[in-house]
Design a binder for this molecule. Structure first.
Ligand code: ZN
Length: 568
């Protein structure tokens, strides 16, 4: 099943497309081939897909290898060569092919059931493309790089050693309140040193992005971003409805959770450094001791959900498609990546033995199952879905496995792990609404001043924030958004997490009624890849694509009811 081969039909067998000279002739051939009939056009689309997949496979492989060992200069050089010398040359050539497609009379005669989603995507890409935006995008990428540099260089002295801000995260779980406060203050102080630099970068980004939007005949950058992200199935007004729903249905629940935390910790008020510690003063959970143990246990968890999925996961392990354990030289974080030509997933993470690692592997496992489920489609664009649904695959798997975490935890620990996970979902929604609402304001008011930006942020914190008392740390609160990388690097990308969570919670709700049927629907929806519009993908998974109060409120009620059943 997972070892299925996908033979080439266009690119010559055995040729590795690792240099522009080898790639270019294939672009030329696609450019010169007639696509006047539906048959010719269908074949052309499949060959075009194959070419992009073969090139993408090289880029993915180099990125994966680099992240697995960042201290190897050869791997870094190979990856940079791809993004500097191959990728930028492919982009204008792809645009040329997209234009060719839109001009072909046959494109209007393709069966809409099969090609409708692809067709609207290519047309939107062509419509938004402007030559004069290419240098602006390069400038934007440089500013984003500047943000990374500034953030990446932030370190502090604590406990007699230099530490990164990522390392400081561990202090938030320390049971000694003074230690937590000290670490929090050290980090806040360090971040404030770069406020001016980051405000400068952000001013420039807003200005640049607004210019790109105007070049593309869009009213503002929000309008541009919706088109660029190909949000065909929802509007800014739907996002605003989501923000309102979160304010009404989630914020009270979120504050209730924080009230309970404050009472359990026997403190008043709740301070910023009190948000992650265990309320009973227990040490952090240690669900496993080695990557091998993590892998074996997660495999058993997947088997409880569906034996076929477990078989896919075991196969990944045997083929070396997993790199799980943290070690020196590995890039931080975790991700799932797809090798587009061979159509197999790869999971990367940095397991150190904490609860988050279990969730990460289950989450990335959901993405990997999505890749396997949709790999049969010859069209590259249909082998993955938009993020709004891709994250239903991963968050949905987190929810479907919630009942089987006893592979990792027993008794009190099990309740504690479930509580952390469910509370985390309630907490996420107000943050998503905050970040989304903030961006709506920023880009529909491109001439805002720094003071207005700050005032609006604080207003949103009032509206969506919890009960944490920031007295004495007002500056830290005012610029808390500086740490949210998405605002700088991937503007408007955030609401997707909220939308996908709503889908995943509905999958979970269905599973409480009929687990087998819910899992089946989940798998069938994954198999559609990106071939259908979002509302249909959600529907196939047994979920409604809707982010209004009517959808949000009952799901949050269900979460709170589930939390009520768990001992504190
Ligand atoms: Zn994900």
């Amino acid at each position: 099943m997972t070892n299925r081969k996908f033979p080439r039909g266009f690119v010559v067998d055995g040729v590795v497309l690792d240099a522009w000279e080898k790639i270019e002739p294939y672009f030329d051939r696609l450019r010169d081939r007639p696509i006047d009939t539906v048959d010719d056009l269908e074949r052309w689309l499949i060959d075009y897909s194959e070419l992009i997949a073969c090139v993408d496979e090289i880029g993915t492989d180099r990125r994966v290898k680099m992240t697995c060992q960042t201290d190897d200069p050869k791997r870094k050089a190979a990856f940079l060569a791809f993004i500097e010398h191959i990728d930028p040359k492919c982009k204008p050539r792809s645009h040329e092919l997209n234009v060719k497609y839109t001009k072909s009379a046959a494109s209007g005669a393709l069966p809409p059931d099969r090609y409708g989603v692809l067709d609207r995507s290519i047309r939107a890409t062509v419509e938004l493309f402007r030559d004069e935006n290419v240098p602006l995008q390069t400038e934007e990428a440089k500013l984003e790089q500047r943000y990374q540099e500034i953030s990446g260089a932030m370190t502090v002295e604590l406990d007699g050693k230099e530490q990164t801000l990522q390392q400081l995260a561990l202090y938030a779980e320390r049971t000694d309140r003074n230690i937590r406060q000290k670490a929090w203050e050290v980090e806040a102080k360090r971040r404030l040193q770069d406020v001016e630099a980051l405000e400068d970068v952000f001013d420039q980004l807003v200005h640049l992005r607004h210019g790109m939007a105007r070049n593309a005949d869009c009213a503002d950058y929000r309008d541009y971003a919706f088109k660029d992200k190909q949000r065909f199935d929802y509007t800014p007004q739907d996002c605003i409805a989501f923000q309102d729903a979160v304010e009404k249905a989630v914020v009270p629940a979120f504050r209730q959770i924080q009230q309970a935390r404050m009472a359990a910790l026997n403190i008043d008020p709740l301070r910023p450094w009190d948000q992650a510690v265990d309320v009973k003063g227990r040490e952090p959970l240690r669900p496993f001791h080695s990557a091998g143990e993590l892998c074996a246990k997660v495999s058993r968890v997947f088997r409880q959900v569906d034996p076929e999925l477990a078989a896919q996961f075991n196969d990944m392990r045997e083929r070396g498609y997993l790199d799980l354990e943290s070690r020196k030289g590995k890039a931080p974080g975790g991700y799932q990546s797809t090798y587009e030509e061979s159509r197999h997933p790869f999971i990367f993470m940095n397991a150190v033995g904490v609860q988050r690692d279990v969730r990460t592997l289950i989450h990335e496992g959901g993405h990997a199952f999505h890749c396997y489920a949709a790999r049969h489609d010859p069209l590259l664009q249909y082998r993955s879905s938009p993020i709004e649904f891709a994250e239903v695959a991963s968050f949905g798997m987190e929810m479907l496995t919630l009942d089987y975490l006893d592979e990792f935890y027993q008794g009190d620990d099990l309740a504690r792990a479930r509580r952390t996970q469910l509370e985390g979902i309630v907490t996420l929604f107000p943050w998503v609404a905050t970040i989304d609402a903030f961006q709506h304001f920023l880009y529909t008011h491109p001439d805002h001043s720094r003071e207005q930006r700050k005032a609006h942020w604080l207003e949103l914190r009032e509206r969506f924030g919890g009960i944490v008392d920031y007295s004495g740390y007002e500056d830290a609160l005012s610029y808390a958004w500086h740490r949210q990388l998405h605002l700088f690097e991937v503007p408007f990308y955030y609401i997707e997490y909220g939308i996908a969570k709503l889908g995943a919670l509905q999958v979970w709700r269905n599973a409480t009624v009929d687990r087998k049927k819910a899992t089946q629907a989940y798998r069938e929806a994954l198999a559609l890849g990106g071939s259908r519009p979002l509302p249909e993908l959600f529907e196939a998974a047994g979920a409604k694509f809707d982010f209004s109060y009517d959808t949000v409120a009952p799901l949050v009620e269900m979460l709170m009811a589930e939390l009520d059943k768990l001992p504190v």
